[in-house]
Design a protein around this ligand. Sequence first.
Ligand code: 3PG
Length: 306
Amino acid sequence: MKKVLVATEKPFAPETLPLIKEICDEAGYELEVIEKYESQDDLVKAVKETNAIIVRSDKVTKEVIEAAENLEIVVRAGAGYDNIDLEAATVNNVVVMNTPGQNSNAVAELALGMMVYFARNLFNGKPGTELKGKKLGIHAYGHVGKLVADIAKGFGMEIFAFDPYVDDTDISKDNVTPVSSVEELYQICRYVSLHIPANEKTRKSINYDLLKQMPQGGTLVNTARKEVIDEDSLLKIMEARKDFYYLADIAPDCKAEIEQKYEGRYYFTPKKMGAQTKEANVNAGVAAANQIINFFIKDDITYKVN
Ligand code: 3PG
């Protein structure tokens, strides 16, 4: 009997696990769960006999993979898989998948929600600004970026996007203006919403040279990964430009310094919460379970990323 482990340091919404269990029961697989575990050792111990693991942002390191002697597949219930050691997985013949698109709407709603909250001075009662008519740049037009554009259209924003992996025609047909360079996006747009993954190419790629090109009132919205920001550059632009703002649901490592020096020019959610909705958790968790079953039964590797 195959064993499936759900290992979520940050648990799914309560509705999710019964649905994953139903899928496993139907396939005749055993389901184990560890939630809110306190140390990486707990994860290393829990994976010992498992054939499949479902995780969120949990760190699936080389140590975890090597401890899981029977492991065949890891599914990241979500989009970004920078928390998984792909090399170790590949060396150990472990398939890694994500569940693209399943939690995107939650992230997109949060990006716009933070923009509204900030534009209205964190709802402090003083006059703020509106999003209508403002230029929004979407940096990477994948599942989340596209949904951000859809919602922003409702606010009457003027939308631009940069994504070297998406055809301009596919962007244009959504009534979004494609731009041909990342610099152009930052030059044009007062708001830029980041939707790039964290990988070797993108880490620290959002730097001073790029940010300094943003127009008056430039506001960077990060619901992607903190690692894509060059934090020295972030501090430099905050210092150099009193009209620059930074909003994120993944606070930077330099959070304390920003809070101390730049009051009123930032907003960080207390915890990472882009995908924290019941719907996103259910969609991603159920998709992950189904992908595991399809992998074991039909050799389906549709969402393999390694
Ligand atoms: C993702 O990559 O899917 C999001 O960052 C969500 O991550 P989470 O599952 O840890 O909330």
